[in-house]
Design a protein around this ligand. Structure first.
Ligand code: NAD
Length: 354
């Protein structure tokens, strides 16, 4: 298993260090794991003047899977857009053709009290959000800020999806739902946006190949509301890039903290990049308080989706459950009576449980 490790910026280095401890433990148990490190984001800019240095991209292309921390820091906000850390992330997703982003929102029973929602609303929650990752308004052309003839500035982004792009993410969602409760809710804004009107049509056509799947549709504004009103109605949600970005962050709060949410981004052949759903959290970077569990759970997803090792994935997930059951909590998921630990100690607790 050749893994490219890209810690990135902010808390990225701290949380990835905990995930690699887990990988090293698996290696000492006999798994054939090779890890090689490279900079990305602000770290890439500092090292090579590029948020996605050529050497990093080469390493990521040659690896079987990529483990990423997070990118970004406010200090880079003044850089030209192409040099900003986030561009490195968008580019690596595009270069590796990682079009399918899987974000599970799963509530661990021990954390029901850490959610801002009532325990009866969230307990037993298990949603998989499937977000399209390489299209939509984040990539559509034309884009940019220009000056109109009257001297006023204008900003433009373009929402676009081709039929084949919609169909392939539809297949991913339907195949995942077949292994779960066979329910897919496709989220769009078909009443206002033509792009998503096509999205809905193609989802309906694609669903015909999966007669056992119950497909429903929801406008994104309603979906945002339903996620906090009655989130357990959802099994698999499938949506485009921008709606998925926002809804998956919203869903993270159902689980107590964005620090609990792993993600996988896959290509057509299940090669994947695995990363926590959160960002580089510059506000807490370097303080040893970040929650590393989303990153550790991303390693479990890596074993499941790229290396087809369900047993290994469950082993990591059980180790996380055990550390939580033993009362270990980072600050973001802490409730009274638990044992508050830092990022490093939480990593150690998972390794000990493993
Ligand atoms: P963020 O996700 O970094 O942080 C949002 C809030 O959640 C902050 O209060 C932070 O302290 C907290 N948080 C995030 N991860 C946590 C963890 N593991 N443990 C405990 N608390 C955690 O989002 P932001 O503040 O909007 O963005 C900060 C930077 O991250 C920006 O430069 C942004 O562009 C970048 N970003 C990167 C990614 C990515 O790399 N995938 C995603 C989102 C944002």
């Amino acid at each position: 298993m050749k893994i490219a490790v890209l810690p990135g910026d902010g808390i990225g280095t701290e949380i990835v260090a905990q995930a690699t401890k887990v990988l090293e433990t698996l290696r000492s148990d006999g798994m054939k794991i090779e890890m090689e490190y490279a900079p990305i984001g602000g770290a890439g800019y500092e090292a090579a003047g590029d948020p996605l240095p050529d050497a990093t991209l080469k390493l990521a292309k040659e690896a079987d899977a990529v483990l990423l921390g997070a990118v970004g820091d406010w200090k880079y906000d003044k850089l030209e857009r192409n040099l900003r850390p986030e561009r490195g992330l968008l580019r690596i997703r595009k270069e590796l053709n990682l079009f399918a982003n899987l974000r599970p929102a799963l509530l661990y029973p021990e954390l029901a009290g850490a959610s801002t929602l009532k325990p009866e609303v969230v307990s037993g929650l298990d949603i998989m959000i499937v977000r399209e990752l390489t299209g939509d308004v984040y990539f559509g052309q034309p884009r940019g800020i220009s000056t109109l003839p009257n001297g006023e500035r204008e900003g433009v982004n373009t929402m676009r999806y081709s039929e084949s792009e919609i169909r392939r993410i539809g297949h991913v969602a339907f195949r995942i739902a077949m292994k779960r409760n066979k329910k897919v809710c496709s989220v769009d804004k078909a009443n206002v946006l033509e792009t998503t009107e096509l999205w809905r049509q193609v989802m309906i056509e694609t669903a015909r190949e999966y007669p056992e799947i119950e497909l429903s549709h929801m406008y994104v504004d309603n979906a945002a509301m339903q996620l906090v009103r009655a989130p357990k109605q959802f099994d698999v949600m499938v949506t485009g890039n921008i709606f998925g970005d926002i809804l998956s962050d919203e869903a993270s709060m159902l689980t107590g903290s964005i620090g609990m949410l792993p993600s996988a981004s896959l290509d057509q052949n299940n090669k994947g990049m695995y990363e926590p759903s959160h960002g580089s959290a510059p506000d807490i970077a370097g303080k040893d308080v970040a929650n590393p569990l989303a990153t550790i759970l991303s390693v479990a997803m890596m074993l499941r989706y790229t290396f087809n090792d369900e047993t290994g994935a469950i082993r990591i997930e059980n180790a996380v459950k055990k550390a939580l059951a033993q009362g270990y909590r980072t600050a973001d998921i802490y409730t009274d009576g638990c044992n508050k630990v830092g990022c490093n100690a939480m990593g150690d607790a998972v390794v000990a449980a493993l």
